[in-house]
Design a protein around this ligand. Structure first.
Ligand code: NAP
Ligand code: GDD
Length: 327
């Protein structure tokens, strides 16, 4: 078999790190796009990295940015990937209300730049787009591939735009391009300002005597929370299918933020009511109230189904954060 070569945007993020790990295990050569920053941003993938002079090196990192279209062209021409996984984005919903224009540029137009770079460079790679359950927004659950999009944030609107650009490049140019409509997925590598990780880190700090109060916003919102490594596997499966298509990836269950809080504190033998306080700063101008994904198509076509459900995920994350602090 010829060498499989992947290019991952967003390789330094939660999902990018798991996907890179899994592709390297499968024998891929993996290239990642990283942003230049004055401090290192590669902590999630440092364990995978070998000096490029090492004959065993199969992970290579390249500077670039989704706002720089010409760079995306030169990178594709140089790397010649067989598969492109587009995970890079300004991915924080609350932040997108503060930075709507920037979010549109990176999370929306960034996808168009990458698709266009593929088209003009004529690199015949398969393309994965990190679409999101946020696109369903106010549409009542359960949500499947045929549910309406009703975005409730600048982030979600940018993802809807990207979703349709991917569909358009598939139909207009015959690109093998898939939208993975992933519901929330978490892990010990989750960004620290997303609610699950914020909760589990606070519990570890409270148990270690380093913090007393955890300030949160809306505890009533419901989410379908799965385990991130399993969702990275779903991305790969989409690009191995016979035909390009769009898939919902979810557990099919939902819990409120309050449920997550209670389960996590209980797992650490702590009383959440003594530690959790409300801060309106964490409310959003418009909220997504209830997400539950119907992943029947992913099961039927890709043979994918969730193995880890929210109560187990809570334990994995609390245990990992406590172990990190020795608490
Ligand atoms: P994440 O941890 O926030 O990672 C985002 C990645 O994008 C990081 O590597 C980040 O680089 C990179 N990035 C941000 N702006 C960029 C730019 N201008 N140019 C190049 N790279 C840039 O997100 P995640 O949780 O892994 O999610 C991966 C993708 O799936 C995102 O597109 C997200 O919107 C989408 N998604 C996530 C979920 C979820 O529940 N996790 C669900 C549905 C969809 P730095 O490390 O330098 O910041
Ligand atoms: N972040 C955060 N911080 N959220 C809070 C807080 C808080 O202090 N308090 C309550 N919440 C509520 C939010 O209002 C929201 O209803 C819910 O917790 C989940 O928020 P996040 O963890 O920030 O995730 P998200 O659902 O908004 O977005 C994530 O999932 C999307 C998929 O549906 C992100 O990963 C997106 O990139 C992804 O597309």
């Amino acid at each position: 078999m010829s060498q499989q070569v992947a290019l991952i945007t967003g390789i330094t993020g939660q999902d990018g790190s798991y996907l890179a790990e899994q592709l390297l295990d499968k024998g891929y050569v993996v290239h990642g796009l990283i942003r230049r920053s004055s401090t290192f941003n590669t902590a999630r993938i440092d364990h995978l990295y070998l000096d490029p002079h090492d004959p065993d090196a199969r992970l290579f990192l390249h500077y670039g940015d989704l706002t720089d279209g010409s760079r995306l062209v030169t990178l594709l021409e140089r790397v010649e990937p067989t598969e492109v996984y587009h995970l890079g984005a300004q991915s924080h919903v609350r932040v997108s209300f503060d930075e709507p224009e920037f979010t549109g540029d990176v999370t929306g137009l960034g996808t168009t730049r990458l698709l266009e770079a593929l088209r003009v460079s004529k690199v015949p790679a398969r393309f994965y787009q990190a679409s999101s359950s946020e696109m369903f927004g106010a549409t009542p659950p359960p949500q499947n591939e045929n549910a309406f999009f009703y975005p409730r944030s600048p982030y979600a609107a940018a993802k809807v735009y990207s979703y349709w650009m991917v569909r358009n490049y598939r139909e207009a140019y015959g690109l093998f391009a898939c939208n993975g409509i992933l519901f929330n997925h978490e892990s010990p590598r989750r960004g620290e300002t997303f609610v699950t990780r914020k909760i589990t880190m606070a519990i570890a700090r409270i148990a270690a005597g380093l913090q007393d109060v955890l300030y949160l916003g809306n505890l009533d919102a419901r989410r379908d929370w799965g385990y991130a490594p399993e969702y990275a596997d779903a991305m790969w499966r989409m690009l191995q299918a016979d035909e390009p298509a769009d898939y919902v990836v979810a557990t099919g269950t939902s819990y409120s933020v309050g449920d997550f809080v209670r389960m996590a504190f209980e797992h650490a033998d702590l009383d959440w009511e003594k530690h959790v306080k409300f801060d309106p700063r964490y409310l959003r101008p418009t909220e997504v109230d209830d997400l539950i994904g119907d992943a029947t198509k992913a099961k039927d076509v890709l043979g994918w189904q969730a193995q880890t459900f929210t109560p187990e995920l809570v334990k994995i994350m609390v245990d990992a954060d406590r172990a990190r602090l020795g608490a």
